[in-house]
Structure formats: C-alpha cells, structure tokens
Design a protein around this ligand. Structure first.
Ligand code: SF4
Length: 486
C-alpha cells in the first residue's frame, strides 16, 4: 500500500503569502518520509483540487484542509471540488480520507501559547494578557467558535496568563479596543489565521493602531515581522505573525491524520515505497528526447542529475545557480518583471537561472513546482484515462457571485476562451475540455483545443477551466442580464 497526503490551502491570485505556509508545512512533512507523496492544492492557486489527484499515485490518500475552521469551505467547497462522498471516499481503486481542518485541533493551543512566549520573550505570563484575534462576522460563526474553543482551552489548562480573550476584526469584542479589554502592562496579540495575508499583515495592524493605513503585502514589503514591543496607551503591545506560519503546524496536520485514524478505527499503514509510474513515464519521455515542459528545458547529466534552465537560456553562460527541487518553487513564483505568477502555465517564466536536481524523483517534484500536476496529467492522458470537465458543467458548479456565469452564450464563451487563454500572452496549456458534452470548442476558441505541433515537449494540458474564465464570464453574464432587463 502506498500513502499520500494532500494538504489543501486557500491560496491567492494576488501574492504568494497565502499559500507559502501550506507549502512550507508540506516540505516539512515530506522530509519526514511518513508518506510516499506529499502535495498541496489550492482554491485560488495551482494545482487546483481537480488536478491534484493526477499528481499522486497512492492507493490511500489523506486530505487535510489547512483552514482555520469548519464551515463553508471545509464542509461545502472542498468536498465538492475534491469529489468527496464524506469522510471516506472510495474511487477508482483508491481510498480517500478527509480529515478535519487544522484550526479545530486541540493542539493548536500549544502553538498559540508557544507563539505568545516567542513574541514576548522573558515577559512573565502573569503580567500578560493574551488576545487571540480572528476575522469574525455573522457569516463565519465557525471561525469565531474555533477561536473561542482555543481561548477556553488555554484558560482551563492553567497556562498562567493574566487573561486570555478572543477578539475580532468585524464583530465585538473588537480587536481595535484591545487596550480597553485588557488591564495588564503587557499585551500579546496572536492572529488566528493560516497565513500572513491581507488580514493579519495589513488590516489588523491598522485596527491595533500600529499603522495608520494598510501597508504593502508581506512579500512586497520584504519586511521581517514588526519590532516588538510597541509602546501604546501606556502599555507594551506585542504583535505576532499568523499562527498558521508557526513551523510546528506541520505537527498539527499530522495530528489530524492520527485523530482521523483513531476515530475510524484505522491504523496508519506502513509506507511501502513502490516504483513510481509517473517517474517512470517522465524518465521514458526524457529518454525519448522530450526535453522541454512549457518554458523549462531539461538536460540529463551522465551522473543521474538533471540541469533545468529556461528554454531561451540554452546558450547563456552566466546563470544564477540553484540546487534542489524546492528552489523551483521560488524560481517559478515571480515573473521577470517581479509580478506574482498565480498561473504557472503563463508564458512569463523568468530567465537567468540554472537548477540542478538529483535524480528522477527530485526532477518530478521540481516540475510539479514549475508546472503543477503537468506530469501526472500528461501521463494520464497518454494512458487514455484522463477526464476533462466541459465548460458548461464547470460554470454550473459556480456559487455565490459567480452562480450566473453559465448564462453566457456559446459565442461569448468562445470569445472569452480565445482572450483569457491565448497561448502567446496568457497560457501555454492546450484545452482538453469541450464547451458541453458532444460540443467541441469552436470559433475563436478552436485553436486552444488543437494539439500542439509534435515538438517533443512534455505537454501542458488544461482539464478544467480556471478562474481566468469565470471572472470574464461573470461580467459577460451581468451585461446579458442588464441588456435583457433594460
Ligand atoms: S482555462 Fe485557459 S487560462 Fe485557465 S488554465 Fe485552462 S487554458 Fe489556461
């Protein structure tokens, strides 16, 4: 039996800050060697939840949501996007276990306490108030409950803080009133968020009074976290980074797997390393002379290593040297102009680097960072076992503000695809999905469905539309509605 762990994060199309901790925890767990495969997938970034199953080969898959609470995402969006039937899903010879989100685990308590000690070293807990802060709103009562549960656990376990309270950005008790809800000289504020994104890095500092207006995102400002303590209202305020960035959160992810096993009377099977079919497929392609993927060139070395470069840098000598698969994630993160690449198949990979990886397994991992799920999807396509979701089916699945997107006409859909997916400027993938069952792409979109010329590359396929289609489809559907009701 082989084992895989999939960690699901929210992600962002704006910057890498939201997905960074999820990737880091995956790196930590991968290095422990408990699972044959450890991968991430995201709601707003690649790989998406449909593609991620093509990245892993294991028969037993554990899925842990790296989310702060149960609720809309963990109870509706993730099960829908991951095609789950419940806590245990049997599909295509695989067993998929869906664990609880990290934020509701009781062991989050120790992380919060540890974080408070780290941010205010040497400060006696008896003279310190600890505030755990979340978003809050009536729409998100589960996140409020997750925080209240942690506050209760810290209080009841006698950690010695003068007080422990919950506070929120958008509902009472408001974090902006931190100086009124506490009496001690020292006040530690720990954001109960998965990542240092918009809320914890930009919004809460303004609410606390540390900043006068929201600053740049963490990845754009390049700052280390703020200097503590900050003297305000005659007190010493200590502000921490989001709890989800704590390195030990990787342990909580594993705790959720153990708890799942315990609840269902399962034992984590021993990992059995099996020959990887995906690695074999990759090796065969390279032996057959297929040495490029997207904009990446693969050059095998006689000692079993591989050198990866931008395909336009073949004759360039002065390249920045990198080593190891994880460096691929950093290289692929920003374009040459510095912008965040939320779509890895966009033809804007930066040049000027040279990456050395050791062996086929590390090459596969590196390619998964350059082009998430591409190797698995191409191998599945070669086996004739790849499904693709018709656009109409994908649009019909949209909810919330996107629920009307399927009201666009066929021609409008083709127009949107031709623009949003243009191979030269937007996306190098070849679309495998039809407009609807039995209705292939046509008109301006037909070129995106045409197979690429037999150019010896490892193909990049699109098996389901992405948010680049949904956004314009929503605008178009809105215009249609306005025109019909005018
Ligand atoms: S929908 Fe278009 S832009 Fe999005 S991944 Fe597919 S081909 Fe690329």
């Amino acid at each position: 039996m082989s084992l895989a762990l999939i960690i699901v994060g929210h992600g962002s199309t704006m910057n890498p800050d939201s997905s960074a901790p999820t990737h880091q925890h995956a790196d930590t767990i991968r290095a422990k060697g408990i699972f044959d495969e450890v991968v991430c997938c995201f709601w707003k970034e690649e790989p998406n939840m449909r593609e991620v199953y093509e990245m892993v080969e294991a028969e037993t898959i554990y899925i842990v949501p790296n989310f702060i609470s149960e609720g809309y995402f963990c109870q509706q969006v993730l099960p829908r996007e991951l095609s789950l039937d419940g806590p245990i899903t049997q599909r295509n010879g695989r067993t998929i276990y869906y664990c609880d989100p990290v934020g509701v685990h009781a062991n989050m308590m120790s992380l919060l306490v540890q974080r408070a000690d780290e941010v205010a070293p040497g400060v006696p807990r008896a003279e310190t108030s600890l505030i755990i802060v979340g978003h809050g709103t009536n729409l998100n009562e589960n996140s409020t409950k997750a925080i209240q549960d942690q506050v209760k656990l810290i209080r009841e376990s006698g950690q010695g803080f003068a007080s422990v309270v919950d506070a929120y950005m958008e509902e009472a008790p408001f974090v902006a009133n931190w100086h009124e809800m506490t009496q001690t000289q020292h006040v530690v504020v720990v954001p109960f968020f998965i990542a240092d994104g918009l809320h914890s890095y930009q919004d809460i500092p303004v609410l606390l009074g540390i900043e006068s207006e929201p600053g740049a995102a963490l990845s754009e400002s390049g700052n280390v976290f703020r200097q503590n303590p900050i003297a305000m209202h005659g007190r010493q305020l200590y502000y921490s980074s989001a709890i989800g960035t704590e390195a030990h959160l990787a342990e909580v992810i594993l705790d959720q797997v153990s708890d799942f096993n315990q609840r269902h009377g399962l034992v984590l099977p021993s990992r059995r390393v099996q020959p990887s079919e995906l690695e074999q497929a990759l090796e065969d392609w390279i032996d057959a002379g297929r040495r490029t993927v997207g904009q990446v060139r693969i050059t095998p070395q006689s000692d079993g290593q591989f050198i990866l470069t931008h395909m336009d840098d073949e004759t360039v000598d002065a390249l920045a040297a990198h080593r190891g698969a994880i460096a691929a994630r950093e290289i692929a993160r920003n374009s040459a102009t510095g912008g965040f690449r939320s779509l890895h198949s966009a033809p804007d990979l930066a040049r000027g680097w040279r990456l050395e990886v050791d062996g086929i397994a590390e090459l596969k991992l590196a390619l998964d960072f350059f082009y998430p799920a591409a190797v698995g999807v191409a191998a599945q396509h070669e086996r004739g076992a790849l499904g693709a979701t018709p656009l109409r089916e994908y649009l019909a699945r949209q909810t919330g503000m996107y629920r009307f997107t399927n009201n666009i006409t066929d021609d409008q859909a083709f127009e949107i695809i031709a623009k949003a997916c243009d191979g030269g400027t937007c996306c190098q993938r070849q679309i495998l999905w039809p407009l609807a069952a039995g209705q292939p792409l046509a008109g301006a979109a037909a070129a995106k469905a045409a197979p690429s010329a037999a150019d010896k590359s490892i193909p990049l396929f699109c098996v389901e539309a992405c948010p680049r289609i949904v956004g314009p489809a929503r605008q178009m559907a809105k215009k249609n509605h306005e025109a019909a009701t005018a």
